[in-house]
Design a protein around this ligand. Structure first.
Ligand SMILES: Nc1ncnc2c1ncn2[C@@H]1O[C@H](COP(=O)(O)OP(=O)(O)O)[C@@H](O)[C@H]1O
Ligand SMILES: [Mg+2]
Length: 329
């Protein structure tokens, strides 16, 4: 536990591992004449903002628009999920936010600043873990720190804390081929967090896992999110996963990917297994499903079908402060 707390604290402290060539994040948004109070205001800005973002690729000799006029924000410390058909540009979207691609038009900002080339404020997790097979788990997690020139002792300390955070302490010395698929993905998440990113981008990170493991990973991801305070943008194919994790779900149309809908998920936190059974959850899921299938009639029908049930259940499952005998106010 102490290790995890140390990890959370290190975000704010100027502790050793922050020195190694890594720009200190908070200072990058603070002008010399700004006070700490100003800085707090800056941090309240949307963590990620996309405005009118479009991107084309040349496919089979033709210019094809993959993302078309995409705009949305992810508030600081929030979780947004992106859902859309195959080829709707979801991975492209994440690569744009990570600064691995540039938009053809529109702007992408993190904390009010344009995204830079391979932006260091971002950690990225892919569908497949992409670990280096010749390195142990701990050395894979420490790899980004090594690239940043962090000293050996600091790398070790940081990677140990991260392995602890993702529940992989006992496997620090194991090589990727000795780990299960789920463990490898834990290691990949730890590696993405190595440089204390403000933003964590996840591209269908759990889609190779079986359903039960996946549910557990979702709960664990929320714990990691709470402890690290990152802002999360996650691409998923699972409506349930999107609703369980996110504050808002951005539904993309088939290619070219446009924002078909931004569906809020009005569920409290922390979220638990029984969150999946709540009426608000079902309603959000039904709305998303309708937007994915695309027909306005479907959307209206699904929303109408979901509404009456939810009103009753919402009360039954109301949180502790709900007083069934009290009037309004
Ligand atoms: N670097 C690239 N060059 C050419 N085409 C690409 C490139 N990256 C993606 N595409 C194309 O863009 C479309 C969207 O891809 P992608 O963002 O991977 O979609 P998704 O993740 O939603 O399945 C696909 O048709 C894909 O072939
Ligand atoms: Mg993809």
């Amino acid at each position: 536990m102490a290790k995890v707390d140390a990890l959370a604290g290190s975000r704010r402290s100027k502790s050793g591992w922050e020195k190694g060539g890594r720009p200190v994040q908070r200072e990058s948004v603070r002008a010399p004449d700004q006070t700490w109070e100003d800085e707090l205001t800056l941090q309240d800005k949307p963590a990620i903002s996309l405005e009118h973002v479009s991107r084309r690729f040349v496919i089979d000799g033709r210019q094809v628009t993959v993302l078309d006029d995409v705009s949305f924000e992810v508030p600081a410390h929030g979780i947004t999920a992106v859902l859309g058909p195959n080829g709707s540009g979801k991975s492209t979207l994440l690569r744009l936010v990570a600064g691995l691609l540039t938009p053809d038009s529109g702007t992408i900002e993190i904390g009010g600043e344009r995204v830079a080339d391979a932006d260091q404020r971002v950690g990225l997790v892919f569908q497949e873990p992409r670990l280096l097979p010749w390195r142990t788990a701990i050395d894979n997690v420490a790899f980004p720190l090594e690239l940043a020139g962090v000293s050996r002792a600091e790398r070790r300390e940081r990677a140990t804390a991260l392995l602890d955070l993702v529940g992989l302490s006992a496997f620090a010395r194991a090589y990727p081929q000795q780990l299960s698929g789920g463990m490898r993905q834990r290691a990949a998440i730890a590696r993405a967090l190595a440089r204390d990113p403000q933003i964590l981008l996840l591209d269908e990170p759990f889609s190779a896992l079986d359903a039960l493991t996946r549910e557990r990973f979702n709960a664990e991801l929320l714990e990691i999110w709470q402890r690290t305070g990152t802002t999360i943008l996650i691409v998923t194919h699972s409506i349930a996963e999107a609703c369980f994790l996110a504050d808002e779900v951005v539904v993309l149309t088939a290619r070219p990917g446009r924002v078909a809908a931004r569906v809020p998920v009005p569920l409290g936190r922390p979220r638990r297994d029984d969150t999946l059974d709540s009426a608000a959850f079902s309603r959000a899921a039904a709305t998303i499903r309708a937007h994915l299938s695309g027909s306005p009639a479907d959307i209206a029908a699904q929303e109408a079908a979901a509404a009456p049930v939810s009103d009753v259940l919402e009360r039954a499952g109301a949180p502790a402060w709900f007083d069934p005998f009290g009037g309004p106010g």
